[in-house]
Design a protein around this ligand. Structure first.
Ligand SMILES: *Cc1c(COP(=O)(O)O)cnc(C)c1O
Length: 400
């Protein structure tokens, strides 16, 4: 079947909850993906940063296959021999005492929200059903009903009410607004250290540190959603490290499995995750041995191949090169590490047409929020590959 026929099958039988670029990928390796016609593309989305380690990393695939031959799922009714070591290795890597595994990012966010509420009631002493959680405008934290209850994107909510109460939304990047929004019933502040889906928005310098101190002072949990910004994407293991803070809880997902399996987790203290007792919360697949083995190897690859440092250096290089492009369409180039946003001026008529033109040149990008092109390739990218990409990006940004 050719790509047109395959796309027809997808459109005929699948729910249309996405608007993908019309490229049908059949295989991939490292930073490159190949469509059904054999055409090669540089992947500058990396599955929304789930494939930070590069596509089909041989070590991660080997871990996946080896574990698949042994045991894939036990459920948490029984123990398995992989999960304890994922806990231990994650704890040693990040310094967090306790871990709770889930599958998708949204589930891990839900888990963090439940932990924060329960901590609010059982530890902080908030009256029953009064806990408040503060979030920011322009956030993205997933698609469950509770999570979309605090989105500020109308489309994400349209038709899905009624919504979960207990959330307050404040402007992103404004520590004063946080201070004002906190009450004695505030359990937590949930924030992305860099907003990814919101358009690669880097908050003002010192914001996270100030927000963190305000949380400390008011006995409010500071929860960092590092599902996209974490695990090397920003040029640090976690984007919050730029502000020298230590969140009370960190949510990770996406690259935790190198794109080979859905694995997510909440990292926190015994004080916070210790509020869960047997039966309080769970997931059939969460913490399964296949996912745990894949996550263990994905973390090892990230560290042993120095991908965090490579993200930092290549990110600087990529941005510097992009800044050299003199296009009338570009409003701003921003980001940290290989988490890069190119914001176009409103007159440019949207980022989508540029993403389509880039696809023609063999570069896969996805617009975020109408006017931003995100460049977030796998962290294994090399200088020569960036040079090649920038040459093509320049041609595309020079079009009318
Ligand atoms: C992708 C993402 C999520 C949701 O993860 P899913 O695996 O898609 O459920 C949550 N928070 C952030 C910051 C994300 O980028």
């Amino acid at each position: 079947m050719n790509s047109t026929e395959i796309i027809e099958v997808e459109e005929r039988y699948g729910a249309h909850n996405y608007h993908p670029l019309d490229v049908v990928i059949e295989k991939a390796a490292g930073v490159w993906v190949y469509d059904v016609n054999g055409k090669k593309y540089l992947d500058c989305l990396a599955a929304y940063s789930a494939v930070n380690q590069g596509h089909c990393h041989p070590r991660i695939i080997k871990a996946l296959k080896d574990q698949a031959d042994k045991v894939t799922l036990t459920s948490r009714a029984f123990r398995n021999d992989q999960l304890p070591f994922l806990y231990k290795e994650l704890s040693e890597l990040t310094g967090y005492e306790m871990i709770l595994p889930m599958n998708s990012g949204a589930e891990a966010v839900e888990t963090a929200l439940k932990a924060a509420r329960k901590w609010g009631y059982k530890v902080k002493g908030i009256p029953e059903n009064a806990a408040e959680i503060i979030t920011c405008e322009n956030n993205f934290a997933g698609r469950t009903i509770s999570i979309i209850s605090f989105t500020t994107v109308d489309q994400y909510k349209d038709g899905f009410g009624p919504f979960t109460p207990g959330f307050k939304i404040i402007p992103y990047g404004d520590a004063g607004a946080l201070e004002k929004a906190i009450t004695k019933n505030t359990a937590a502040f949930l924030v992305e250290p860099i907003q990814g889906e919101g358009g690669v928005i880097v908050p003002p310098e010192g914001y996270l540190k100030k927000a963190y101190e305000i949380c400390r002072k008011n006995n409010v949990l500071f929860i960092a959603d590092e599902i996209q910004s974490g695990l090397g994407r920003s040029g640090k293991l976690f984007a919050f490290e730029y502000d020298n803070i230590r969140p009370d809880a960190v949510i990770i997902g996406k690259a935790l499995s190198g794109g080979c399996y859905p694995v997510s987790a909440v990292l926190s203290s015994k004080e916070v995750l210790g509020v869960f007792n047997p039966g309080d919360h769970g997931s059939t697949f969460g913490g399964n041995p296949l996912g745990a083995a894949v996550a263990r190897e994905s973390l090892k690859v990230l560290i042993e191949e120095n991908l965090v440092e490579n993200s930092f250096r290549m990110g600087e290089y990529f941005r510097e090169k992009l800044r050299g492009i003199k296009s009338k369409h570009v409003k701003e180039i921003r980001g940290k590490g290989l988490f890069i946003g190119v914001e176009l001026k409103p007159e440019a008529n949207g980022a989508r047409r540029f993403c389509e033109a880039l696809m023609g040149k063999g570069i896969l990008c996805k617009e975020t929020h109408e006017n931003v092109i995100r460049f977030a390739p796998p962290l294994v990218i090399k200088k020569e590959e960036i040079d090649w990409a920038v040459k093509n990006v320049e041609e595309v940004l020079m079009m009318e």
